[in-house]
Design a protein around this ligand. Sequence first.
Ligand code: GAR
Length: 235
Amino acid sequence: MTRQRKRVVVLISGRGSNMAALIEAAKEGAYPAEIVGVVTDNPGAEGLKIAEANGLPTETLARTDFPNRPAHEAALEETLRGFDAEIVALAGYMRLLSPAFVGRWAGKLLNIHPALLPCFTGLDTHRRALEAGVRVHGCTVHFVTAAMDDGPIVAQAAVPVLVGDDEASLSARVLKAEHRLYPMALALVCRDEASMTGNGTVFALPGTEHNPRILVSPAFSDAIQNVEDLARFTP
Ligand code: GAR
């Protein structure tokens, strides 16, 4: 049976390294998504160059070019429709989306956050994790709801906080995990193996086949994986 690849648009505001990880994953023929476009709110976003180097169409919608948030979001909506997007992946898109927008894309809108949610929402997650003295930190891919860095969790990756870590070393370790986690989580959603239902994520195991990717999902939250273990679960 040949599966239809889901049409995914990635939204970025800056560097675009998670976007790049999704683009790389989608180059694999068996990957269940194709990246059909990249949209940014920041004309200077470095990630635009990566998207263009990969031959992807990009669209820049600077907030300052629009009189208000509804107008900005209407343009974003039109752009997404223009790309015929089925799934929207926020990858360092640093703008809150309105409840109306999020409602229209419910279950189709994903975000990656550099912390083990619900801990450390917002900015400066690595500094705050170090200040809190946590020994385990990580990243989360979740369905987007109207609240910031909130919504049903699809997958998480845990990394250790090592003695002597500073913000730079910890963020680099988490970022490496992000680049593995996001392609895996997007694949789960595009294969309809993870879907948003009410306030939660429902996981479907395809057939009787054992799906080890589920081990990093909240369904097995007691089985927090060390980031090195994640390599085994890369799609
Ligand atoms: C990533 O660490 C991502 O998790 C974070 O922004 C960074 C973007 O980097 N997102 C958030 O903090 C969302 N609340 P990238 O542009 O290189 O992917």
